[in-house]
Ligand binder design. Structure first.
Ligand code: 9WN
Length: 418
């Protein structure tokens, strides 16, 4: 973690401010992304939180992931939200989801970045070896769940946009247009009481999010049934690339601790081949592929740049990366600013997410694109120093958007960008 300039609006000591955010969002064994807007434990947020904690409290880092894995379902799935105690400031809550695991939860997962960061944590903290070893079995079961229920010829699909963590990306506009919301009870959103409406998804999106939740809830989250009937099944670069990378890191953990490796090796080979499904030759980029319609989205998102993180085709996506970097002062935007659908303040339709930049830069570094990795780290540092620890940022001027005092931005600062 190289040193950083100690400047920025209102931040005399950003490291200290970041640590205080993590401590302030700690609810005892798990961390909320931010108070009010997201008052529960989210899956990939927690993994980033763990890496932030690892810079000053390794025991607390391990505990964060252990609490996350305590919510694993009998079928191996690790939910995207764990509702440890009911909080009225968030909708939809545990009753709407009707999760069927040991802890009240949602019924879908989130990008499986855990194995990758647990491997690092184990290297950083040799005393935690037994804790890492105990996670190999649960991680393998979780990855198997992805492969069994979300795999389509090695490309990994999602059954809900919330599963990708990129909720209202233009990637979902076409598959969502084919869904007619039906039999929805009246509902009251809480998000727009915390954050400006033009920085959040539209009502049109929420109607469809809730239609898909109801479909899962009503069948008890029966994956075999959902695979047959759900109108939404989309192969996604976030899932495909994070799972591929996670399997490489799980393989290293399994080898280190003497666990079975053959199945993991098979997954790696299958996903490497399946990731080709996401290559859209028409635009020369990775995007999503709608299994129901048989079409690519044509959208270049920040997830399109995770091929380096996954360790596939390091020569691809560089032209788009350079083009966008030349167009906007702060990248990588969640949607291409030169494509229709770009909205620089609306959530996953344009803003920059610091933790996505971290994943992209990790990949750039691994692929040998060092100058680009360094440049991305530099702009992310400037963005946080200018805008604070916001949920996301306007790529035109780094102005903060969404929730504030945000766990994953603070963690990204401490573990990578500072
Ligand atoms: C739904 C917690 C989560 C992130 C997601 C982000 C947002 C939730 C919401 O917040 O999603 O899961 O209610 O908007 O899109 O990536 O994990 O920070």
């Amino acid at each position: 973690m190289p040193g950083s300039p100690r400047e920025g609006r209102g931040m005399t000591d950003p490291d200290d401010a970041a640590r205080r955010i993590l401590r302030g969002n700690d609810r005892g064994g798990y961390t909320v992304p931010t108070a009010g807007l997201y008052p529960y434990q989210w899956n990939w947020d927690s993994v980033f939180a763990a890496m932030g904690f690892a810079t000053f409290d390794t025991d607390r880092a391990w505990q964060e992931v252990e609490t996350l894995l305590s919510g694993q379902w009998p079928n191996g799935m690790v939910p995207h939200i764990l509702f440890h105690k009911v909080e009225p400031t968030y909708f939809p809550g545990p009753d709407v989801w009707g999760g069927v695991g040991p802890v009240p939860s949602s019924g879908i997962s989130q990008p499986p970045i855990a194995a990758t960061f647990i491997r690092w944590l184990a290297e950083l903290d040799p005393a935690g070896a037994d804790r890492a070893k105990a996670m190999v079995g649960p991680l393998t079961d979780w990855h198997r769940w992805f492969f069994d229920w979300r795999g389509e010829g090695g490309a990994i699909c999602v059954s809900h946009p919330w599963e990708t963590g990129r909720d209202n990306s233009p990637d979902w506009d076409a598959p969502f247009a084919a869904i007619e919301p039906a039999n929805l009870d009246a509902y009251y959103r809480r998000d727009t009481s915390h954050v400006a409406e033009d920085e959040r998804p539209r009502r049109w999106d929420y109607d469809r999010y809730l239609t898909l939740v109801k479909l899962g809830h009503d069948c008890g989250w029966d994956e075999a049934h959902l695979r047959e009937v759900s109108p939404f099944r989309v192969a996604d670069p976030t899932m495909t690339f994070t799972l591929l990378r996670a399997n490489r890191d799980l393989l290293a953990l399994a080898q280190r601790f003497g666990a079975e490796t053959a199945e993991i090796e098979d997954w790696i080979a299958a996903i490497e081949a399946g990731s080709e499904r996401l290559w859209n030759a028409d635009i020369g980029a990775y995007d999503t592929f709608d299994m129901r319609a048989g079409t690519h989205s044509g959208v270049i998102s920040n997830a399109s740049f995770l091929n380096w993180y996954a360790g596939v085709r390091p020569e691809r996506m560089l032209d788009h990366f350079d083009r966008i970097a030349g167009f906007l002062p702060y990248g990588v935007p969640s949607a291409d600013p030169q494509q229709p659908g770009f909205e620089p303040k609306r959530y996953w339709r344009g803003p920059v997410w610091a933790m996505m930049n971290w994943l992209i830069a990790l990949g750039l570094r691994d692929a040998g694109h060092d100058a680009r990795a360094t440049a991305l780290c530099d702009t992310t540092r400037s963005m946080i120093l200018a805008g604070g620890f916001a949920e996301y940022f306007d790529p035109r001027d780094a102005s903060p958007a969404g929730g504030r005092d945000f766990t994953w931005t603070a963690a990204t600062w401490l573990a990578w960008a500072s």
